[in-house]
Design a protein around this ligand. Structure first.
Ligand SMILES: Nc1ncnc2c1ncn2[C@@H]1O[C@H](COP(=O)(O)OP(=O)(O)O)[C@@H](O)[C@H]1O
Ligand SMILES: [Mg+2]
Length: 303
């Protein structure tokens, strides 16, 4: 847990600082022909993430840890893709590879037609961690403004964006509160506002509601769906909850135990607008069963 929190704070800083530095050095960075590299999926939408034969083996003092093996995945703009799999199967590692917080041992990864490192410089990633990672000495508004400060946005723009994104996550009126004055669910909404504040192409969410009770989680799932619909963002979401994955996703990627491999890819052709009652429908139950079967088939049962 301590390692995890440490990772969260330093990763947040890494994601934002490198983005900030670019602004200072080269504000005109976007190449004119950036779109020429994009592959277009059969859906006709541009490809946001293109992952080919990606593997990562960690070298540790106790030997090698093969975290991910042979991952192939394409994600189109506007999708909501969930990774689901048993604890330790490499979900976080895959998200970190996409965000350029880890480097692959082999394989290829492109985001919006450029390397993950380049995408990071272009502020492609908004990252929401399991712990809200808000600074307790800053107000909610000032927490949302932090990445914008580092990126060099003007004071007026920072304030306007903080107000706008806090309203988007239904936190209007809480701008001047401190994080510890908010509930866990509200804190997580504030961290979503912070991740969206600089308008990243991709919203990466690592079990963002995993520490919350089920009723709060249900409510946040509904809100997140609305947010996704309103903003049109591409979301990559990690969870180990089957109902959460099925309720939220346009596509579910089922992963095997470590080394994580993709064992099933499930398209969910649900209407964009849906309420929690949707979980009672036969389509929902059918997809949830398929996810469960995938998770079972990948399980070694030796624990
Ligand atoms: N920096 C690291 N060094 C060594 N091993 C790691 C590192 N990060 C993750 N791992 C290992 O890689 C595997 C996958 O971890 P992780 O991606 O966190 O799994 P998940 O998010 O699916 O629970 C685990 O066995 C974990 O211990
Ligand atoms: Mg994880």
């Amino acid at each position: 847990m301590a390692l995890c929190e440490h990772r969260t704070a330093s990763d947040e800083a890494a994601l934002v600082r490198r983005s900030g530095r670019l602004r200072a050095v080269s504000p005109m960075h976007q190449p004119v022909n950036a779109t020429t590299d994009h592959r277009i999926l059969s859906s006709g939408r541009p490809l946001v993430a293109d992952v080919r034969d990606l593997s990562l083996t960690f070298e540790t003092a106790d030997g090698k840890v093969e975290a991910l093996a042979g991952i192939n995945l394409q994600i189109a703009e506007g999708e909501f893709v969930s990774f689901i799999g048993p604890s330790g199967c490499g979900k976080t590692t895959l998200l970190r590879l996409i965000a350029d917080l880890e480097q692959p041992t082999s394989g290829m990864l492109q985001i919006n037609g450029v390397s993950a490192g380049e995408a990071r410089l272009r502020r492609a990633y908004g990252y929401v961690f399991q712990a809200p990672a808000l600074y307790p000495w800053r107000t909610v508004e000032k927490n949302v403004m932090l990445p914008l400060e580092i990126m060099g946005f003007s004071e007026a723009e920072r304030r306007e964006r903080a107000r706008r994104y806090l309203a988007l996550v239904n936190l209007s009126g809480f701008e001047r509160k401190f994080p510890w004055q908010l509930s866990g669910g509200m804190q997580q909404r504030a961290s979503i506002a912070r991740a969206l504040s600089f308008d990243p192409a991709l919203l990466l969410m690592d079990e963002p509601f995993g520490a919350l009770d089920e009723i709060v989680r249900d409510h946040l799932n509904e809100q997140l769906l609305g947010l996704w619909d309103k903003t049109g963002k591409t979301v990559i979401f990690v969870t180990h909850s089957i109902p959460e994955a099925v309720f939220l996703s346009t596509r579910i990627i089922v992963m095997s135990p470590r080394p994580g491999r993709i064992i099933d890819v499930i398209e969910c052709d649900f209407p964009r607008e849906r309420t929690l009652e949707f979980r009672e429908t036969p389509e929902f139950v059918r997809i949830a069963q398929r996810v469960r079967m995938g998770l079972r088939s990948g399980h070694s049962y030796d624990e």
